[in-house]
Write a protein that binds this ligand. Structure first.
Ligand code: GLA
Length: 378
């Protein structure tokens, strides 16, 4: 158990029992890709892989953290935050934004560990940010407001770390409920917990390719979307309908393709939520497949490995649908699979993908877990 490891390590490093153990999950996005920064709709699910911190508040303003995975210590003073490099920047960034927002923070001692694979498109950074926010809430004694903490964490990532992400990952890590996906309106941050289909497994297919330096491609997509919205005279592509697209013939071909992905993807998310409520997993799977095709052909954010692994999944008779998930350019895909055949599916896809690409995939069933929280201990 993670909590045992954390308690033991905490006493090794700090010679005491931790007062709190907090946890924040990674996420897999079921559908609604690149729609978040277009004020659109997304449907992520928190996964059963997370970042954990065991901590005890201090009486001063020092934050001292031992990363068990990287085997390094780091410390900083809440009154004199300066930018540096590495994993600790996510933590400093959240501390900075919380203080900017008026929170009166206390320092703490912590040990931290996690099992969200990094760079795989499963939001390991959002998990670190939300675990940090949760740790400060416990140490400093303020109430947990999931949507607000997601916003603060997103600001930390945008402004302190310098990655221009949308709000989906932080909301998924902050606000999800065990057993449900999160249907989120990224304009208003209103959300509903959407039930997962019965007898269906959500399978993560990690291509083992990593996205590397894709910030520029991500930012380019963002500006193309903004250009398209301006062209349609809309605040964001969220406000453009599938019918409006017909009027877009004056747009450059590439910008039109980007717009078509976003507009049709938003429509797919809305339909997907209906299909989940109706327990129509077959149609939900078709929407997954259509989303992948749109990301591959119109938004152009897949790589060969993602296309190959998605094909390997779609070829299995137990698979309802599959698509890339997250920012793209590498990382993971997600598939909806008949639960009773999930084991056979994971084995078959791993073999087929190895044959096709020469690469080793990790393919595993994941469970919809709860958002950031404090772990109750006896
Ligand atoms: C990354 C970003 C998210 C979102 C996805 C694409 O995960 O962090 O905000 O834009 O890409 O859907």
């Amino acid at each position: 158990m993670k909590t045992d490891i954390l308690e033991q390590s905490f006493s090794t490093y700090f010679n005491a029992k931790p007062e709190f153990i907090v946890r924040a999950p990674g996420r897999v996005n079921l559908i609604g890709e690149h729609t978040d920064y277009n004020d659109g709709f997304v449907l992520p699910m928190a996964i059963d892989r997370a970042v954990w911190m065991a901590l005890t508040p201090r009486t001063d303003l020092t934050v001292r953290i031992r990363s068990l995975d990287l085997e390094v210590d780091s410390a900083f003073d809440l009154h004199s935050l300066t930018k540096g490099e590495g994993w600790i920047e996510y933590i400093k960034g959240v501390a900075f934004e919380l203080q900017k927002d008026g929170y009166d923070l206390r320092g703490f001692n912590a040990v931290m560990t996690g099992d969200v694979p990094r760079g795989a498109g499963l939001s390991s950074s959002a998990a670190v940010e939300l675990a940090t926010a949760r740790a400060f809430a416990s140490a400093s004694g303020f109430d947990w407001d999931a949507a607000h903490m997601a916003r603060v964490s997103q600001k930390a990532e945008n402004q302190w770390v310098g990655v221009n992400c949308g709000i989906m990952d932080q909301m998924a890590s902050a606000a999800t409920r065990e057993g449900y996906a999160l249907f989120l309106d990224c304009r208003t941050l209103e959300y509903q917990h959407a039930p997962l289909p019965e007898n269906t497994a959500v399978v993560i297919l990690d291509t083992s390719t990593r996205r590397g330096l894709v910030d520029s491609a991500y930012n380019e997509r963002r500006s193309q979307c903004e250009e398209a919205a301006r062209w349609f005279g809309a605040k964001a592509l969220r406000d453009v309908s599938v019918d409006d697209l017909k009027k877009g013939s004056g747009l450059s071909e590439v910008v039109m393709k980007r717009a078509r992905h976003i507009v049709t993807e938003n429509a797919r998310v809305l339909e997907a939520v209906q299909m989940m409520k109706a327990d129509n997993v077959k149609r939900l799977g078709d929407l997954f497949n259509a989303s992948h095709a749109s990301l591959r052909d119109d938004f152009e954010v897949t790589n060969e490995a993602l296309n190959q692994i998605v094909e390997c999944a779609q070829e299995q008779s137990s698979c309802y649908g599959a698509r890339m998930t997250g920012a793209g350019f590498g990382g993971c895909a997600v598939a909806l699979v008949k639960e009773k055949d999930a084991r056979e599916f994971t084995d078959a896809v791993a073999v087929a993908y190895k044959r096709k690409s020469g690469l080793d995939a990790s393919v595993y069933v994941c469970k919809a877990s709860a958002g950031a929280g404090v772990i109750e201990r006896p």
